[in-house]
Design a protein around this ligand. Structure first.
Ligand code: PMP
Length: 460
């Protein structure tokens, strides 16, 4: 039956159309077009069911396949581990779990403990629960509030939505749990909309966080959860001075710093973690996507020994972290993650991400000359965004239908790019690029050339 299907593309498309509930799409679209089925991948190229080759500049759609497709080494390692010991959870450990936890924390000075889960949302939930439990155990329940930033995204569960800065995603899913409080974004390009200053914007933006802590009462604020570089909210590279000030504020008010590295982690920005670009020391770090590059479902919530010790209380029978993740016991995750990490090291992919990223951002900046619709190019490593505007002076966002047309034109030409997708007018105007960390100059030149052609077709 399976073999038959392999040879019958139309049957597969029909099965997909009839039975798969796709993510992030109004399914009425499939009344007029077929869903695209991706059947094979190698490096940063994928082939669809019609046999068409695409250069994938978004690593599997949502910035995940950091080491590229077709890595037989990962598949072999996972297979070898699985036939020996596929799974054990709860109080017991596994060889792959212990080994990866050690390797991972070696890359994260100051961080020592790894709690395994399966998705970015789940890892963030773990972090939120840790903060809440610390509040109960050590602060009589008071220090329970979790601050999140406008435009940041932390996942799709109810608590992650409550603690996410893309409020429009919340429509129709409330009511939400209380205790999540928003702080302003730090997008310098739109500082004028916030009444922000021309100089020292970074420090000013961080001080807005301090303002919220003071308003809420520092004794009620347990943690601040931030993306190192806001991803889906517009590839917002924080302004100079921002992170240093944020760290200072967290220390001043005894607020745990939780950094969401679900996108930026594992080499995306040219260092193992995005926060390492800014010299800050977090208390909690969550990660998912690139940890195993999508070859297995794994996420991690990593903490300092200090945070871990807050749960080690022999006097309190309910005091340990009373969480569980069934599939946190899957060996496929850490096995794939170990091999993923080895590939990044052996192939020097952090350096490649930094070097090729700088080249690509140069190329995008070069497009600004002939394409007035590009208002700003932002990014770090192989993670970049180009914000499109109707007018460079007013910075009014470009028509989002046209932005989506640019994505569609690139797809026609065999290059998969993305754009911000916030479901509200005015925010879906940034083209997004996160190619695999193996990408070459030629690949990236092709992406930039294709985007240039698409911009001409759509905007003239
Ligand atoms: N945090 C960030 C920064 C993300 O971008 C995402 C997903 N795009 C998540 C968390 C949630 O991850 P997941 O979809 O694996 O639950």
């Amino acid at each position: 039956m399976d073999t038959l299907r392999q040879n019958d593309p139309q049957a597969i498309i029909e099965a997909d159309k009839r039975h798969v509930w796709h993510q992030m799409v109004q399914h009425r679209i499939f009344d007029s077009v077929d869903p695209q089925i991706i059947v094979e991948g190698k490096g940063n190229r994928v082939w669809d069911i019609a046999g068409k080759e695409h250069l994938d500049a978004v690593s599997g759609g949502v910035w995940t396949v950091n080491v590229g497709y077709g890595r037989t080494e990962i598949a072999d390692r996972v297979r070898d581990e699985l036939v020996k010991m596929c799974y054990f959870a709860g109080t017991k450990g596994t060889i792959a779990g212990a080994t990866f936890a050690e390797r991972l924390t070696e890359k994260m000075p100051g961080m020592t403990r790894v709690y395994y889960a399966n998705s970015g949302s789940e890892a963030n939930e773990k972090a939120f629960k840790m903060v809440r439990q610390i509040a109960h155990k050590h602060y009589g329940g008071r220090k329970h509030k979790i601050l999140y930033r406008d435009r940041d995204y932390h996942g799709t569960t109810i608590a992650c939505l409550a603690g996410g800065g893309q409020q429009e995603r919340n429509a129709q899913y409330g009511p939400f749990p209380p205790g999540f409080v928003e702080v302003p974004h730090c997008l310098e390009y739109r500082a004028h909309e916030q009444g922000g200053p021309k100089d020292n914007y970074g420090e000013w933006a961080a001080e807005r966080i301090e303002e919220v802590i003071l308003r809420e009462g520092p004794d009620t604020v347990g943690a601040l959860c931030l993306e190192p570089i806001t991803a889906g909210g517009g590839i917002i590279v924080p302004p100079e001075g921002y992170w240093q000030k944020v760290q200072e504020i967290c220390r001043k008010y005894d607020v745990l710093l939780h950094i969401d590295e679900v996108v930026c982690g594992i080499g995306r920005t040219g260092t193992w973690f995005g926060y390492q670009q800014y010299g800050v020391q977090p208390d909690i770090v969550t990660m998912a996507k690139g940890v195993a590059s999508g070859y297995a479902a794994i996420s991690c919530c990593v903490t300092t020994e200090k945070v871990f010790d807050l749960f080690k209380d022999a006097e309190d029978p309910m005091g340990h972290f009373r969480d569980i993740s069934t599939f946190g016991g899957c060996v496929s995750g850490p096995a794939a993650a170990l091999e993923n990490m080895r590939i990044i090291e052996d192939e020097n992919l952090l350096q490649n991400s930094a070097d090729m990223g700088a080249h690509f951002i140069d190329r995008l900046n070069g497009l600004m000359e002939s394409h007035k619709v590009i208002g700003q190019v932002r990014g770090l490593g192989l993670f970049a965004g180009a914000e499109l505007v109707a007018d460079r002076d007013t910075r009014e966002p470009a028509d989002e239908r046209k932005v989506q047309q640019v994505v569609a034109e690139c797809l026609k030409d065999g290059v998969i790019i993305g754009c911000t997708n916030r479901s509200v007018p005015g925010y879906n105007n940034t083209l997004v690029f996160a190619p695999a960390l193996i990408s070459t100059k030629d690949d990236l030149d092709r992406v930039a050339d294709t985007v240039g052609t698409a911009l001409t077709r759509v905007f003239g």
